[in-house]
Design a protein around this ligand. Structure first.
Ligand code: DHB
Ligand code: FE
Length: 284
């Protein structure tokens, strides 16, 4: 039986990729942010997941407001990184897991979730950045490859109406059922991405809420039911219009055991215009 070994939560700010591409990792501005991920990278190296299920949102790079699925699952063999306007990045394509993708879709539909099925798409910073933060950039060359297969789950946090936080949590529980009913001995890790507090538009542009971010990092481990019970309006008010991306962490948390160990967490504010946070949770 396949199993879930843990969950990783992280911000997915596009400037993180730009900082890496421009060699700014060890500058005084960026080093405290990147050093916070070293224990997360160590956890990944030690625990060697075979498959990463990455819960994220596209930001108008591969999907647009004309067609916006509420939940979508990738069943492709491969996901190329999309060029977001700064030119192609020197990271390899992400190898998919089409077989598990289809099993997940099947399990979801059997449990009254009806996701869009995506057989071909390019992935933006929402997936690229978390993968590089936890796995590091694969060494360049013709053989360059990520050491893990990727199954993307897309959540609409862009276009009104976004899904209920409770629905994201329930989605995670079905994700767990899909993994635990999957024949084979793969080790799965779930990534919840986005946040933490930020607002990139309107009167509150630049809004961050470090106190709420600290409480979120505490509660996502210890009391996720509370966060799942919040309204969407509470997310927007507390974390900002784009900080409401945090509902995607609930998919990750819903897939884990009730009891998890916090292996590591880290928070830096501001990173770009965002409260940037990460957490490493291990199933207990
Ligand atoms: C920014 C974009 C994001 O998608 C995000 O989650 C945080 C910050 C940005 O453009 O600064
Ligand atoms: Fe985002």
């Amino acid at each position: 039986m396949a199993r879930i070994i843990g969950g990783l939560g992280t911000s997915h700010i596009p400037t993180i990729a730009m900082a890496l591409d421009r060699g700014l990792r060890n500058t005084p501005e960026w080093q405290p942010f990147f050093d916070g991920y070293l224990p997360g990278q160590q956890w990944v190296r030690e625990n060697k997941p075979d498959v990463a299920v990455v819960v994220f949102n596209d930001h108008g790079n591969s999907m647009f407001l004309d067609r916006m699925p509420t939940f979508a699952v990738g069943t492709a063999q491969e996901y190329r990184p999309v060029d977001e306007g700064w030119g192609p990045r020197s990271i390899p394509a992400f190898k998919g897991d089409a077989e598990f993708g289809w099993h997940l879709v099947d399990t979801l539909v059997n449990n009254s979730f009806d996701p869009t099925i995506i057989q071909e798409i390019e992935v933006d910073h929402g997936l690229q950045v978390p993968m590089e933060l936890f796995w590091g950039r694969p060494p360049a060359g013709p053989e360059a490859a990520w050491p893990v297969r990727v199954v993307p789950i897309f959540v609409n946090v862009i276009q009104y109406p976004i899904p209920l936080p409770a629905r994201c949590f329930a989605f995670g529980k079905v994700l767990r059922q899909a993994i635990e009913s999957y024949p084979g001995d793969e080790r799965f890790v779930i990534l919840g991405t986005g946040g933490l507090s930020h607002q990139l538009q309107g009167a509150r542009t630049g809004f961050v809420n470090p106190a709420a971010d600290a409480a979120f990092l505490r509660d996502i481990a210890a009391d996720p039911e509370k966060l799942a019970g919040w309204s969407r309006e509470q997310y927007v008010e507390t974390f900002g219009s784009e900080g409401a991306e945090l509902i995607m962490w609930l998919v990750m948390r819903g897939a884990l055991n009730e009891c998890v160990a916090v292996i590591h967490q880290h928070y830096v504010v501001p990173t770009s215009m965002t409260g940037a946070g990460m957490i490493v949770l291990e199933n207990r």
